[in-house]
Design a protein around this ligand. Structure first.
Ligand SMILES: C[S@@+](CC[C@H](N)C(=O)[O-])C[C@H]1O[C@@H](n2cnc3c(N)ncnc32)[C@H](O)[C@@H]1O
Length: 269
């Protein structure tokens, strides 16, 4: 299955059905992303892989006299983005279904392109960032987050790996989406890709924060299991999954530390 099929299939539908959960998961990375994007009140903003549009709406609040376009390859997620975006509150937001690698964006039509984890899935990263660059005006900015290489001892990797193995889903880490998730994790490769696509002033800053997986361990286990439709889980397996998550239960939910790169770059003037 290709990444596009996945975002239009079960994976995309799960994200579309649980937008609040997925937003809460990465919420602690929003501030560093938007600090890097430095969106001005009149900026024209392109949100790449906008999903259910949460980051698109944050961008619109920061650009009250500009406009924001969210582009995504997933039909179910764009549908969710549209239903979540009140036209009265966000008159300058629009969404386009398209593959950011080849989408015919308005040339030089944007001041800044952002992405909250939507740029790892390209087949040809240089071609994709070159296409995004064509959408930016000279001197236009790019800011996105993408995962750091998962450390085997990292909380998220350890806990989620254990849950997957308890469900007999270790193979899931080899699927196309999981592989793509790590495609920009090497900072040296990131610099090469962005440089080859015409960007300069490339900054790559590590940020570690907690991702929230549920109100408590039971809620997080239910959510994890719900990602595989029709999966039945024995009481014994569920109890082991609970045990795996209990150490991470806090008053603010099940929190697992994870690292991203906050990447900023600019086109030459
Ligand atoms: C990890 S999700 C992040 C969604 C959203 N940015 C958020 O933070 O909720 C990745 C998103 O990138 C989209 N995507 C993947 N490949 C894409 C492509 N080539 N062009 C546009 N969107 C793409 C997916 O459909 C999905 O919505």
């Amino acid at each position: 299955m290709t990444v596009t099929d996945a975002w239009n299939g079960q994976l995309g539908r799960h994200w579309a059905d649980h937008p609040d959960r997925y937003n809460a998961m990465v919420a602690r990375f929003d501030e560093p992303l938007f600090d890097a994007a430095a969106i001005g009140a009149e900026d024209r903003v392109l949100d790449i892989g906008c999903g259910s549009g949460f980051s698109t709406r944050i961008a619109a609040r920061r650009a009250p006299r500009g406009r924001v376009t969210g582009v995504d390859i997933s039909v179910p997620l764009l549908e969710r983005a549209r239903t979540r975006t009140d036209a009265g509150e966000f008159p300058s937001v629009s969404y386009e279904l398209g593959d950011a690698q080849v989408h015919p964006f308005e040339p030089a039509g944007y001041d800044v392109a952002i992405s909250r984890g939507g740029v790892m899935f390209f087949v040809d990263h240089i071609a994709a960032f070159t296409n995004i660059g064509r959408a930016l005006r000279p001197g236009g900015r790019l800011a996105f987050i993408c995962p750091q290489p998962p450390s085997p001892d990292g909380e998220e990797r350890k806990a989620l790996g254990l849950l997957a193995s308890l469900l007999g889903q270790e193979h899931a880490v080899e699927n196309a989406v999981a592989v793509a998730m790590a495609s920009l994790s090497d900072p040296e490769r990131l610099r090469k890709v962005l440089g080859a696509a015409g960007f300069e002033e490339i900054g790559i800053v590590p940020v570690t924060a907690t991702t929230c997986w549920g109100r408590d361990a039971a809620d997080a286990v239910d959510f994890f299991v719900s990602r595989t439709p029709g999966l039945t889980v024995s009481d014994e397996t569920r109890a082991s999954m609970m045990d795996a998550l209990l150490p991470y239960e806090t008053a603010e939910g099940v929190l697992l530390r994870a690292g991203v790169w906050v990447v900023g770059a600019r086109l030459p003037l």
